[in-house]
Design a protein around this ligand. Structure first.
Ligand code: NAP
Length: 523
């Protein structure tokens, strides 16, 4: 049972501090971590299934997107038989893990957090090399992974104490929270440690067993998390790491009758496919699979005529170009009141021209590479479309270097029907659109099938109130950037095609992994 009350509540949650890498000693320490990680480049990694290591000989090479000739890790890819074994074994182990006392599970998740904390710079370095993150972006990702563990551990302690119910005369009435079963964790590559750790920690701490199907772009970071889980003391069969192609291994895991839930974060199309496949009951399946799918965004920042324009420009630049625009929360649409439009664009252009692009291990670079050759091509294709749909005012091409570098790009005068206004590009491309007034700006911002994040820059309290009521996004920010949600402060998840709005890092998130049971006992 999951409901054994926890005897020692953990201290109040606080967010892990993020390092800015501005001091020479921080940069020196980062370089030392990089050297250590580089010494491991090219290592071969095996699958972790049914409590043991497995090889298939079918190897996936993960490369450094800033230097694609550098192989970060070589990973055995699961085949159909191994994927089936992975889910069947975590299903078989579920009864044992679900009976593990809550306190034990909470302690293991906290232990995992402290191992990551002890090796934070090393994890940062893996993210720099495999995901192309700059040091501050990498550190924010690793800090968030720690936060998810610490936060969910505390939330599990809360769920372990049953809520007070109305008591019928002559009865003892209670409700307890049970785990669901064996689930599949499918993370994206863009927060390869934070999102994978968050979804895995939430599932495990609530008493579920899991198969992690990592992104094929960042399998080495997934191996590092698996090492942490084992070192922390998670039972070898409580989780499996099943590297492999999404379309082969992913489909099989989603469709398997023993799969009880799927926790997915990624693109709209893959999320919808998983939702569809999971909806169909398979032979031997005795439950409706639960799907949590957090998907894409086309996030807008409204710059009102009463905004602090310098603050707005700084917020838009950070939101649009941090991690090369490869965040679901990234600003890809700036919607600007006509009376400040020209001035905003001028200031924006100057700021964007000053952004540096290059290898992210060098602290002077604000932007690193995009994740892959395929992503670079898609983004450059969108830029060409954008040149036809609007007026290019900054960037517009690949950036120099061997890696997958793309210039930070601004396209102005974009109509709301344009593809670059409507479709998620997932790269450093910003569409700027003119609004007649605040009403029009809100209508433009809401003219999207997505509804993930959004921000409004204005000094007018009435407009702020209206944005709170009318801007239809899961995460709204006022007078600040639309990226950088903090665990505990900004529970994260979007509306409409942005997903199921599960609010990762929020007080309700663990309910996605639990099923409540009511008990009325005659006394
Ligand atoms: P993706 O292409 O949808 O892939 C996400 C994960 O799904 C990967 O592990 C992928 O594995 C796997 N996958 C692919 N096809 C599958 C299938 N048929 N069955 C099961 N799994 C399958 O997304 P991405 O490119 O990694 O990530 C970028 C997207 O994620 C963007 O759209 C972004 O907005 C979104 N995102 C959303 C949030 C949020 O909280 N809302 C947060 C971060 C990112 P392979 O790599 O092997 O294909």
């Amino acid at each position: 049972m999951t409901t054994t009350a926890v005897s020692r509540p953990l201290a109040a949650f606080t967010n892990e501090p993020v390092c800015a890498f501005s001091r020479p000693e921080e940069i020196q320490a980062a370089r030392a971590a990089l050297k250590k990680v580089r010494a491991e480049f090219g290592r071969e990694y095996e699958l972790w299934i049914a409590g043991g290591r497995h090889k298939t000989g079918d190897l996936l090479s993960s490369v450094n997107p800033a230097r694609p000739s550098e192989i970060v890790g070589r990973h055995h890819r699961a085949n159909a038989a191994l994927a089936a074994k992975a889910i069947e074994d975590v299903h078989a182990y579920f009864p044992e893990w679900s009976r593990t006392p809550v306190e034990t599970r909470v302690n293991l998740v906290v232990r995992a957090a402290s191992i990551i904390r002890e090796r934070k710079l090393e994890f940062d370095a893996w993210l720099v090399c495999e995901a192309g993150k700059t040091w501050p972006e990498a550190d924010a990702d690793v800090s968030e992974a720690i936060d998810f563990c610490e936060y969910y551990a505390r939330q599990m302690q809360r769920f372990a104490s049953p809520p007070q119910l109305v008591q019928m005369p002559g009865e003892r009435d209670e409700m307890v929270y049970l785990p669901l079963g064996a689930g599949i964790i499918i993370p994206p590559w863009n927060f390869p440690l934070a999102i994978m750790t968050g979804m895995s920690a939430a599932a495990l701490v609530t008493g579920n067993t899991i198969v992690i199907k990592p992104s094929s772009e960042t399998p080495t970071i997934a191996q590092k998390l698996a090492e942490v889980l084992l070192e922390a003391g998670f039972p070898p069969r409580s989780f499996a790491l099943c590297t492999g192609s999404g379309s082969i291994v992913g489909d099989l895991l989603v469709e398997h009758p023993k799969t009880r839930f799927i926790s997915f974060t990624g693109s709209r199309d893959v999320g919808l496919r998983i939702n569809e496949l999971a909806a169909k009951p398979r032979k031997g399946q005795i439950w409706i699979k639960r799907v949590v799918a957090e998907m894409g965004g086309k996030d807008a920042i409204i710059i009102d005529r009463e905004a602090d324009l310098d603050a707005a420009v700084a917020g838009v630049v950070q939101s649009a170009y941090g991690y090369q625009g490869q965040k679901c929360s990234a600003c890809s649409r700036a919607i600007v009141d006509q009376s400040v439009y020209d001035e905003f664009l001028q200031k924006l252009q100057a700021k964007v021209a000053a952004l540096t692009v290059g290898p992210p291990e060098e602290p002077e670079n604000y932007m690193g590479p995009v994740i892959s050759a395929g992503a670079k091509k898609t983004i450059l294709d969108y830029i060409e479309t954008g040149k036809r749909e609007g007026r290019l005012v900054a960037g517009g091409d690949a950036a120099p270097g061997d890696g997958y570098f793309v210039q930070p790009t601004v396209i102005a005068d974009v109509d709301s029907k344009a593809r670059i206004f409507q479709e998620e590009i997932f790269g450093p491309v910003l569409a700027v659109t003119k609004a007649r007034d605040f009403d029009h700006a809100l209508a433009l911002a809401n003219d999207s099938e997505y509804g993930l994040t959004g921000a409004v820059y204005t000094r007018n309290p009435e407009k702020i109130r209206r944005a709170k009521d009318e801007f239809f996004v899961g995460n709204l920010y006022i007078n600040r950037k639309c990226t950088g949600a903090m665990v505990g402060a900004h529970p994260f998840g979007g509306f409409n095609m942005s997903g199921t709005d599960s609010k990762a890092g929020g007080p309700d998130y663990l309910l996605q992994f639990l099923q409540p049971k009511s008990i009325g006992e005659k006394i």
